[in-house]
Design a protein around this ligand. Structure first.
Ligand code: CP
Ligand code: NVA
Length: 304
């Protein structure tokens, strides 16, 4: 039996992305469809989470299903049970599994051995569900996606990778401003450049944040120290110091530039308090959109 995993954004077509944005907007307006009635969804988290965990739990419940949170601290994986065994066992109880873990390879192993859809709730390499809801936020604010210039400032991490993948697919111009030692994944950059060619849009990797921010429709950032990298905190702070969204950087962008952050934020590190609380920021609307987008994602992955 075929199943629909969401391990990254590469398998989604433009039409899939458009469809997800439309369905999420409809759920946001109050659509009360319950395509998960009688189904259950596991949420297996090996890292902390506020937004992804809670929005998925509420989304499953709103769609008529049962969410089951599985902390990696509590299940037998902690005591050495293998992913290959766990995936086959859990597939016999639940209908889909959202996973937040470290290596993308681990997620792929779950997907290989599970007979149910596996949804990426963040890995070191990707954060696809976040970017899907961000596309909804941009569409709501600007009424379009194609042709807009999104500039990501900071660490070339999972967020930078997924933004490259998602924004290039919908015809946005994407610039990543990151230090040479913290660039996004080279394979993902290559593919994003190929996707951009189809639209006549641009994917640019830049080291100078000020140059990158010129003419931006959207400035986006994320923490300098991602989960799992705390041991490198001092070095990361040093190398990323000049990659901050502040008033001076915002002044380089278009006057109506949107400021976005996936959260959690470390104020006065990657973004100043003033910009976060300023009129350009749509950061909490972004967080709100996680919920209707998770509904749309679950519906798509669990479609019979
Ligand atoms: N943006 C995001 O994924 O937040 P959490 O880590 O709180 O889930
Ligand atoms: N890059 C961050 C994203 C958090 C949502 C991390 O991986 O910790």
């Amino acid at each position: 039996m075929s199943k629909r995993d969401l391990l990254d954004l590469s398998a989604l077509s433009y039409e899939d992305l458009e469809g997800l944005i439309k369905r999420a907007a409809s759920y946001k307006k109050g659509n009360a469809d319950r395509p998960l009635a009688g189904k259950s969804v596991g949420l297996l988290f090996e890292k902390s989470s506020t937004r992804t965990r809670v929005s998925f739990e509420v989304a499953v419940w709103r769609l008529g299903g049962l969410p089951i949170f599985l902390s990696s601290e509590d299940i037998q994986i902690k005591r050495g049970e293998t992913i290959t065994d766990s995936a086959r066992v859990l597939s016999r109880y639940i209908d889909a599994l959202v996973i937040r873990t470290y290596e993308q390879k681990k997620l792929e192993l779950w997907a290989k051995y599970a007979s149910i859809p596996i949804i990426n709730g963040l890995t070191d390499l990707h954060h696809p569900c976040q970017v899907l809801s961000d596309l909804l936020s941009i569409q709501e604010e600007r009424g379009k996606l194609q042709g807009l210039k999104l500039v990501y400032i900071g660490d070339g991490n999972n967020m930078a990778n997924s933004l490259l993948e998602g924004c290039a697919k919908v015809g946005m111009n994407v610039t990543i401003a990151a230090p040479p030692s913290r660039l996004p994944d080279a394979g993902i950059v290559r593919q994003a450049k190929l996707d951009a060619v189809k639209w006549g849009s641009e994917v640019v990797i830049e080291h100078d944040p000020e140059k990158a921010a010129e003419g931006a429709d959207i400035l986006y950032t994320d923490v300098w120290v991602s989960m799992g990298e705390d041991q490198d905190r001092d070095a990361l702070l040093k190398v990323l110091r000049s990659y901050q969204i502040n008033d001076a950087l915002l002044a380089k962008a278009r006057p109506d530039c949107l400021v976005m952050h996936c959260l959690p934020a470390h104020r006065e590190e990657e973004i100043t308090d003033a910009v976060m609380e300023g009129p350009n920021a749509i950061i909490f609307e972004q967080a709100a959109n996680r919920l209707p987008m998770q509904q749309a994602i679950l519906e798509l992955c669990l479609k019979p």
